[in-house]
Design a protein around this ligand. Structure first.
Ligand code: ADP
Ligand code: AMP
Length: 214
């Protein structure tokens, strides 16, 4: 099962992608997580990506496409994967499609999690991410058992630099401009499923399971 997650920043793509990956035993590939790991390790890719991420901008296509194409070609992706945060532009989607065609593969589902922009600033200012393992929480909706400490690994949970309200507004604009056209792109391929992302986390997941198991 090859799945793409679509939706505004903060729609719940990462939250749901982790649950999909666990249930269907496929890798969760998050380009945002890959960039954050590179930033943490001080790599050249991380340093380049950070310049764009801190401003709420997309990292240039040439820094992300080869990385993902290489990742989905690896052995553990044979039975499928869930892509979270990629593609984010039409050229990225086209590059992915042509790479998949060469491997005799195609995307089976594009899950579009719909949440209005008005809900997003609240969600993002409450989001906390673990510095060590990347688990995400929300201070009100999905709190950690002990404030500031990750339930999974005991690491520290922090507000992401790009989750400050002014950067979130910029990211929403970038989404509408560059990423939203992908909804039509995948609808035209007959693989789009729209899911109401304003429901609570478990109900969103139940709706996704319904789609994947229909
Ligand atoms: P994305 O990967 O789309 O940017 P996340 O999965 O990180 O979004 O979710 C953004 C924030 O909203 C996180 O703090 C997360 O815990 C919270 N969240 C996710 N799903 C829901 C939901 N259904 N209802 C309320 N809050 C949610
Ligand atoms: P995310 O964790 O998915 O919210 O991504 C965080 C940031 O990483 C984005 O705001 C972009 O700057 C960058 N990023 C992640 N994925 C991509 C992508 N596919 N194309 C361009 N930039 C990306």
């Amino acid at each position: 099962m090859k799945i793409i997650m679509l939706g505004v920043p903060g729609a719940g793509k990462g939250t749901q992608a982790k649950k999909i990956a666990a249930k269907y035993e496929i890798p969760h590939i998050s380009t945002g997580d890959i960039f954050r790991a590179n930033i943490k390790n001080g790599t050249e890719l991380g340093n380049k990506a950070k310049e764009y991420m801190d401003q709420g901008l997309l990292v240039p296509d040439e820094l992300v496409v080869d990385l993902v194409v290489d990742r989905v070609g690896q052995e553990d992706c044979k039975n499928g994967y869930v892509l979270d945060g990629f593609p984010r532009t039409i050229p990225q989607a086209e590059a992915l499609d042509s790479a998949l065609l060469n491997m005799n593969q195609k995307i089976d589902y594009a899950i579009n999690i719909e949440v209005p922009d008005q809900n997003i600033v609240d969600r993002m200012s409450g989001r906390r991410a673990c510095l060590s393992c990347g688990a995400t929480y929300h201070i009100i909706n999905i709190p950690t058992k002990v404030e500031g400490i990750c339930d999974v690994c005991g690491g520290s949970t922090v507000l992401r630099d790009d989750d400050k309200p002014e950067t979130v507004l910029k990211r929403l604009n970038v989404y509408h401009d560059q990423t939203q056209p992908l909804i039509e792109y995948y609808a035209n391929k007959g693989v789009l499923a729209n899911i109401d992302g304003t429901m609570d986390m478990a109900d969103v997941f139940a709706a996704i399971e319904n789609t994947l198991e229909k």
